[in-house]
Design a binder for this molecule. Structure first.
Ligand code: DGL
Length: 286
């Protein structure tokens, strides 16, 4: 079973792409809606919440967990991979979304070897839109500097976009105002971005509106498809993990908050009715 974690229901935009690209596997999704949003929280808190979430998914039988959440990937993944797994779960793996997204932003195809394959984009400007926590972590800047040091990166925090999506405000004058507020400075600059990455699980739900506001020549990259393509490639290169993943096409959904509300949000994203279980996450005692 593949575990997929997000701070809330937004990660279902990533899960939906995984189900299309890799339907044969079993999936367990966890959304920590009771404690979302993670975006404005401190690094220590995001790390501790994320560790509880991956431990829950490991205990439930997932050998592999994908952090669909950008904030968790940006702030907690590295430490979990380098410290937590070797000390407590040496046989498990956690993957995040920052590195694969940075590769896509630079124009590296799935399977390309960073440092050997030249990325398609080596100069010019690209942008990442994300939460305050994702931008503050500097993770995208770090990854992109390794892949394509000549690329200029603009990072734009969009603190009100997640609350708008959570409130179901996907269109209308109020929403347009807040989208313009964060987008306009990017395109008013002398060297505007040619690619914009939606570096937050919730933002793809604003895509129809964003598309009408961003100049047509600018490519908008949503993460679901690219994460799914890169996970497929990763599994091919890691047969020892691929063999451990069960394949009965089961899909389970869990949340730390109201399962009825979560199921309603989920149905809108996945275009199918889902059953959701309410779960409690335990503090990690190492
Ligand atoms: N899931 C978060 C992300 O992708 C967005 C929502 C939140 O702030 O918790 O960064």
């Amino acid at each position: 079973m593949i575990g997929v974690f997000d701070s809330g229901f937004g990660g279902l935009t990533v899960l939906s792409a995984l189900l299309r690209r890799l339907p044969e596997y079993d999936y367990l999704y966890l959304g920590d809606s009771a404690r979302a949003p993670y975006g404005p929280r401190s690094l220590e808190v995001v790390h501790s919440f994320t560790r509880e979430a991956v431990e829950f998914l490991f205990d439930a039988g997932c050998p592999l967990v994908v952090l669909a959440c950008n904030t968790a990937s940006a702030q907690a993944l590295r430490t979990l991979q380098q410290r937590h797994l070797p000390a407590h779960r040496p046989d498990r793996r956690i993957l995040g979304v920052v590195r694969p997204s940075a590769e896509a932003l630079a124009g590296l195809a799935p399977g390309a070897i960073p440092g050997v394959t030249e990325p398609a984009l080596t100069t010019g400007t690209v942008a990442v839109l994300g939460t305050v926590g994702t931008v503050a972590s500097g993770s995208y800047a770090l990854e992109l500097a390794k892949l394509a040091p000549g690329l200029r990166l603009i990072q734009q925090a969009c603190p009100l976009w997640v609350p708008l999506v959570e409130a179901g405000e996907l269109s209308g004058l109020g929403t347009e105002y807040f989208l313009h507020k964060n987008l306009d400075p990017l395109f008013a600059a002398a060297d505007p971005p040619s690619r914009v990455l939606l570096g937050c699980t919730h933002y793809p739900l604003l895509l129809p509106l964003l598309r009408t506001m961003v100049p047509p020549s600018v490519e908008i990259i949503a993460q679901g498809g690219l994460v799914a393509d890169r996970l497929a490639d990763w599994l091919q290169r890691h047969p020892e993990m691929e063999r451990r993943l069960s394949r009965k096409r089961t899909r389970r959904y869990s949340t730390t908050d109201d399962p009825v509300w979560f199921a309603r949000q989920g149905q809108a994203i996945l275009s199918t009715a889902i059953e959701v279980e309410r779960v409690r996450l335990k503090p990690f005692v190492g």
